[in-house]
Design a protein around this ligand. Structure first.
Ligand code: FES
Ligand code: FES
Length: 161
């Protein structure tokens, strides 16, 4: 009996070239977590609903649980581990801390990635709050802290208080 077919996947993750062998049926979310050790990408529903596995693929938010790792061949992937630079959190991350935009934190990496993409795209705050956050399930916060963090980040204020 032979094992499942494998292939080497070469891609850029958080600015670094990575290559690893994996079964062709491996989901991108599992590849990131189990093969590359980037466990910041969380897996909840595994069917594209909760948004916790969201990463950026060539700058666009995607559900990593709905993609195969081999589909990311040659692409640029960004995960929550790549947001902070030189140990410094982004303004959005700091705003999540100061505005209590997270409790258990399970949904947080996915939300941060979607909000980061929206900010880079210049999506207005209200549109971001309604359309982007609608794609993420948070069971803890009631979304008020997340909305407040978005506002604080967009206003340029992110210091903890
Ligand atoms: S784990 Fe991917 S959307 Fe829920
Ligand atoms: S902070 Fe717990 S699910 Fe969102």
């Amino acid at each position: 009996m032979t094992g499942a077919p494998e292939r080497t996947v070469s891609l850029t993750v958080n600015g670094t070239a990575r290559a690893a062998r994996t079964e062709v049926r491996t989901l991108l979310s599992d590849f990131l977590r189990h093969t590359l050790g980037l466990t910041g990408t969380h897996v909840g529903c595994e069917e594209g609903v909760c948004g916790s596995c969201t990463v950026l693929l060539d700058g666009e938010p995607v559900r990593a649980c709905l993609m195969l790792a081999v589909q990311a061949e040659g692409r640029r992937v960004e995960t929550v581990e790549g947001l902070a630079q030189n140990g410094e959190l982004t303004a959005l991350q700091r705003a999540f801390m100061s505005e209590h935009g997270l409790q258990c934190g399970f949904c947080t990496p996915g939300i941060l990635m979607s909000l980061t993409a929206a900010e880079r795209d210049g999506l207005p705050e209200e549109e971001t709050a309604t359309h982007v956050l609608a794609g993420h399930r948070c069971r803890c916060t009631g979304y008020n802290g997340i909305r407040a963090a978005l506002t604080r980040s967009r206003e340029g204020g992110s210091d903890e208080h």
